[in-house]
Design a protein around this ligand. Structure first.
Ligand code: KDG
Length: 348
C-alpha cells in the first residue's frame, strides 16, 4: 500500500512539473500580477495602464477613451486600466515600465525628473501662464524633443496629457500672501525643484508619493498639499482640508509612457494604433480636464474657504522663487531651460 502511495505521489509531482514548464508563457499569474500579460486569451495581447488618480478623474476617463480607441482599431490588443495606484505609485510604475513588467503609465512629469532631469523644466514655477501656451509648447518642437528624451531610460514617450495648474490647499489658515505660507508643512511630489520652491516661499515642504497623500492629510502629519482643482475635489481633500488658494504656481503635464521593451515586441501596425490612440485620448483629456477644472473650482468654493490671491501678491511669489529657477537652470541644462522659456514667449 505504501509503495502505491509513493508511486502516485511521484507521478503527481512529475505531472505538476510538466504542466508548470508548459504553462511558463507570458500569461502566467506571476507576470500578469506584475502588470504585464503578454499574449492573453485568444492570442490578444493585454496592455495594462497604471494611473495614480481615481476613477472619477478626467485622466481615468481619458484612459478609458484610449482603451476604446485601441480596441476599436485592433483585433489583437486589449487594454486594462488600473486607477488609484492599484498596481504602483508613479515612480514604481515608471520603474516597472523600465523592467518590462508593466506596459503603460501616465504620470505627472515631476516624478520623471528622478530618471530624466531635463523634465525639471516643467516644474519651474510661474513659467507656463495658461493652457493655450501649454498646448503650443507641448504640441510643438519642444514637446516632441522632450518625448524623445525618455528613450535611453527604456521608455517610449507617446503623448502629452494634462494634469493642470497646481493650487495650494491647507488646514491651518487662508493663504492670501507669502506671509501666510510661512511654516506650513506642505507635501510636494518627489521632486527637488518643488521642494526648493516651497522652501523659498517660506513653507516646510516634504516629498511624498501621491498614493500616501490623503492619509497624511487625514492624520495631520502634513498641513497641506498642492494639486489641480479636479484632483483636489475628486480625491476628497475638502474632507481633510479647510482652505484653498488660486496659487496656479506650476502647470504639470501628464506624460503617456510605454515600456520600451514591450513596445519593441509590438508589430508596427500595433504601434501605430497605440500611438494614434494615445494622442487622440490626450486631446480628449485636455478638453475634459479644463471643463472639470472649472466645475471643480465652483464646487470647492462651496466646500472649502477659497482665497483669491491678488495680482500684486503674485509678484512677490515670483520674486521669491527666482533663485530656485536660477539654481535649477544649471542642473536641468541652460540650453533646455532657455529653449523652454523661448517657446513660452513665442507662444504667448
Ligand atoms: O498618477 C497620477 C499622479 O501622477 C498625479 O496625480 C501626480 O499631481 C500629482 C501629485 O501630486 O502626485
Amino acid at each position: 500500500m505504501k509503495n502505491l502511495k509513493v508511486t502516485f505521489l511521484s507521478i503527481l509531482i512529475v505531472c505538476t512539473m510538466i504542466l508548470a514548464a508548459c504553462g511558463g508563457n507570458s500569461n502566467s499569474a506571476s507576470s500578469s500580477e506584475k502588470g504585464s500579460s503578454g499574449s492573453g486569451e485568444g492570442g490578444k495581447r493585454t496592455l495594462r495602464v497604471s494611473i495614480g488618480v481615481n476613477d472619477k478623474h478626467p485622466e481615468y476617463e481619458a484612459a478609458m477613451k484610449f482603451k476604446e480607441l485601441v480596441e476599436a482599431e485592433s483585433d489583437d490588443l486589449k487594454v486594462e486600466v488600473y486607477h488609484s495606484g492599484q498596481i504602483a505609485d508613479d515612480r514604481s510604475a515608471i520603474e516597472m515600465l523600465q523592467f518590462g513588467s508593466l506596459d503603460i503609465t501616465i504620470p505627472s512629469t515631476s516624478p520623471l525628473v528622478n530618471f530624466v532631469p531635463e523634465f525639471g523644466v516643467f516644474d519651474l514655477p510661474f513659467t507656463i501662464p495658461n493652457e493655450e501656451v501649454a498646448d503650443k509648447v507641448l504640441d510643438g518642437p519642444f514637446g516632441d524633443k522632450m518625448l524623445e528624451m525618455v528613450d535611453d531610460q527604456k521608455l517610449v514617450g507617446l503623448a502629452w496629457w494634462e494634469n493642470g495648474f497646481r493650487n495650494l490647499t491647507n488646514d491651518v489658515r487662508p493663504v492670501a500672501t507669502m506671509e501666510d505660507v510661512k511654516g506650513l508643512k506642505i507635501r510636494t511630489m518627489e521632486n527637488e525643484i518643488h521642494l526648493d520652491a516651497w522652501k523659498a516661499l517660506g513653507a516646510n515642504p516634504t516629498p511624498m508619493a501621491f498614493t500616501e497623500l490623503f492619509t497624511a492629510l487625514q492624520q495631520g502629519t502634513i498641513d497641506g498639499q498642492e494639486n489641480p482643482y479636479p484632483t483636489i475635489l475628486l480625491s476628497k481633500y475638502p474632507e481633510v482640508q479647510k482652505y484653498v488658494s488660486n496659487t496656479s504656481h506650476v502647470y504639470t503635464p501628464f506624460i503617456f509612457l510605454f515600456s520600451k521593451q514591450i513596445w519593441e515586441e509590438l508589430s508596427s501596425d500595433q504601434q501605430k494604433i497605440v500611438k494614434k490612440a494615445a494622442v487622440e485620448a490626450g486631446k480628449f483629456n485636455r478638453e475634459r480636464n479644463r471643463q472639470v477644472a472649472e466645475e471643480s473650482l465652483e464646487k470647492l468654493k462651496e466646500e472649502m474657504t477659497f482665497t483669491e490671491i491678488k495680482e500684486e501678491e503674485f509678484g512677490k511669489f515670483q520674486e521669491a522663487v527666482k533663485p530656485v529657477i536660477d539654481k535649477y537652470k544649471d542642473k536641468i541644462g541652460p540650453e533646455i531651460v532657455d529653449q523652454f522659456l523661448d517657446e513660452i514667449e513665442k507662444a504667448k
